[in-house]
Ligand binder design. Structure first.
Ligand SMILES: Cc1cc2nc3c(=O)[nH]c(=O)nc-3n(C[C@H](O)[C@H](O)[C@H](O)COP(=O)(O)OP(=O)(O)OC[C@H]3O[C@@H](n4cnc5c(N)ncnc54)[C@H](O)[C@@H]3O)c2cc1C
Length: 285
C-alpha cells in the first residue's frame, strides 16, 4: 500500500468532533485505516501529533491547531470474538461494544455503559465508573509507539490508576478483553446503569465529562458546589447546577470562557480548602 493513500483532510472544525463543541480547525486531520498505515504515517510525520478518540474529554483551543491530528477509522473499529475473549479495535465506541456484549451475553462492562467514548480513549485515561475500570476485564493491548513500532503489552506490564495509564504515551491499536458468560439479565443491568448515569450527570447541554480529578477521598464536584460555584457562567459556558464538575456549552461557548471558569474554580477551591484541583480534561492548543 502506498503512503499517498492515507486520507488527509485539511482545515477541519475540531469542535464538531468533540462532545463539548469547542475548538478551532485542525490544519491536518489524517484518517488512518489500519495499523500498517499508522506505522508508516508515524515514521513520516515525527512524534508531535494528537490522537483523537470520540472527543469526550477534550478542551481544544479555538485557534488553528497545527500539530497533525490522527483519527483511527475502519479496521480500528472492529470487534472479533474467540470464545469469551474479545479483540476490540481502539476506535470502537463503547456504546457499540456494550451492544455487542448484550447480544452475546457477555458480562463485565455494564457499569461503564453510557460513557460517550472510544475504547482507545478509555484505556488511555483509565476511564471508570460505578466501581468498574476499563482495565478490569482487559488481558492485553496492541500498541504502536511514537516511532511506528507495533507491539503487545500484557495487563501486568501496564501501570494504571485513577485516570492514569502508562498507555497514554502510546497509540492504542486494540484491546483484548476477557468477559464472562452471563445469564440473560445483562440488558436490564445496563438499562439501570444508564438510568443512574442520567440521574447523576448533566446531559442537558454539551460537556466534556468531569473537568477536574477528584482529590484523594473527596469529590471535586462537591467541593465546587460547596463553594457556591454551581451555575456560575462566563459567556456561553456554565458550571452545571446538577453536577458541578461538569461545564456546559450553552451554544456559542469559547475556549477562553471555559478557561476562565476552570481557572476561577481552581483559585476559589485553593483559597477555601488549600487544595490544588488537577484537570482531568485534556487540553489541545
Ligand atoms: C457526558 C459524559 C460523561 C462521562 N462520564 C465519564 C465517566 O463516568 N467516567 C470516565 O472515566 N470518564 C467519563 N467521561 C469522560 C470521557 O468519556 C473519558 O475520559 C473517555 O475515556 C474519553 O474517551 P474518548 O474516546 O472520547 O477520547 P478523547 O476525548 O478523544 O481523547 C482523550 C485522550 O485519549 C487519547 N486517546 C484517544 N484515543 C486514543 C488511542 N487510540 N490511543 C492513545 N490515546 C488515545 C487522546 O489523545 C486524549 O489524550 C464522560 C464524558 C462525558 C462527555
Amino acid at each position: 500500500m502506498n503512503s499517498k493513500k492515507i486520507k488527509l483532510k485539511q482545515n477541519v472544525e475540531l469542535g464538531q468532533l468533540t462532545t463539548l463543541g469547542i475548538g478551532g480547525k485542525a490544519k491536518y486531520l489524517f484518517l488512518v485505516k489500519n495499523s500498517a498505515e499508522l506505522s508508516r504515517l508515524l515514521k513520516k510525520i515525527g512524534n508531535q501529533f494528537y490522537i483523537l478518540g470520540n472527543g469526550s474529554n477534550l478542551l481544544i483551543k479555538d485557534i488553528l491547531i497545527k500539530k497533525p491530528v490522527i483519527k483511527l477509522t475502519d479496521e480500528f473499529g472492529l470487534i472479533k470474538q474467540k470464545g469469551n475473549l474479545l479483540e476490540v479495535g481502539s476506535s470502537t465506541l463503547l456504546s457499540f461494544l456494550v451492544k455487542y456484549c448484550i447480544e452475546h451475553h457477555l458480562e463485565g462492562i455494564e457499569n461503564l455503559a453510557g460513557i460517550p467514548a472510544t475504547i482507545g480513549g478509555m484505556l488511555s485515561s483509565a476511564a471508570s465508573s460505578f466501581g468498574t475500570n476499563i482495565f478490569d476485564c482487559l488481558e492485553e493491548v496492541e500498541v504502536i509507539d511514537r516511532k511506528g513500532s507495533i507491539y503487545r503489552l500484557k495487563k501486568d506490564e501496564i501501570n494504571y490508576g485513577y485516570r492514569y495509564s502508562s498507555l497514554r504515551d502510546l497509540i492504542i491499536v486494540k484491546g483484548y478483553f476477557n468477559f464472562s458468560k452471563e445469564g440473560k439479565k445483562i440488558k436490564e443491568k445496563i438499562k439501570n446503569i444508564v438510568k443512574k448515569r442520567i440521574a447523576l450527570q448533566d446531559f442537558s447541554f454539551p460537556s466534556c465529562g468531569s473537568v477536574f480529578k477528584n482529590p484523594a477521598s473527596l469529590a471535586a464536584g462537591a467541593l465546587v458546589e460547596q463553594a457556591g460555584l454551581s451555575g456560575k457562567q462566563k459567556g456561553d459556558v456554565k458550571i452545571s447546577n446538577k453536577h458541578a464538575n461538569f461545564i456546559l456549552n450553552l451554544g456559542r461557548g469559547s475556549y477562553s470562557q471555559a478557561d476562565y471558569l476552570i481557572k476561577h474554580v481552581k483559585e476559589v477551591i485553593y483559597q477555601r480548602e488549600g487544595i490544588i484541583l488537577e484537570e482531568e480534561v485534556k487540553r489541545w492548543s
